[in-house]
Design a protein around this ligand. Structure first.
Ligand code: AMP
Ligand code: ZN
Length: 115
């Protein structure tokens, strides 16, 4: 945990959030500035700056995030229609919060394909 990190504060409950999912390794909550009808952020409960900083010690967290996204898609009812997952990594990507987070976007058909 990182004292000054916004998402660590959200995980600790020091900054309010709208929780959509939680288990022992992962926390999922609504993005405050949604870019789609459904926009959820899924984060490891351990502080990791970005995907560029993951190590073997983070393996269980990364797998847990992927399982959590599947569960969230099922629980929130967008598994069948599909969704987009985005991870910004580092300054060229525009990553603003330096705590690894997966953006899960759903609820509309995304026209603009970057990749
Ligand atoms: P990124 O640009 O990939 O670092 O994404 C950071 C995301 O965090 C943005 O989509 C923000 O809207 C979102 N965000 C920032 N502050 C909060 C907050 N307090 N609660 C929920 N989401 C937030
Ligand atoms: Zn953090």
């Amino acid at each position: 945990m990182n004292q000054d990190c916004l998402f660590c504060k959200i995980i600790r409950g020091e900054v309010p959030s709208t929780k959509v999912y939680e288990d022992e390794l992962v926390y999922g909550f609504k993005d405050i500035n949604p870019a789609a009808p459904i926009h959820i952020l899924v984060v490891p409960k351990k502080h990791v700056d970005s995907l560029a900083q993951i190590t073997d010690q983070d393996e269980t967290y990364i797998w847990a995030i992927h399982k959590a996204m599947n569960k969230i898609a099922e629980q929130q009812g967008f598994k069948e229609n599909g969704y987009r997952v985005i991870v910004n990594c580092g300054k060229d990507s525009g990553q603003e919060v330096m705590h690894l987070h997966y953006h899960v976007l759903a609820g509309s058909k995304f026209g603009d394909k970057i990749v």
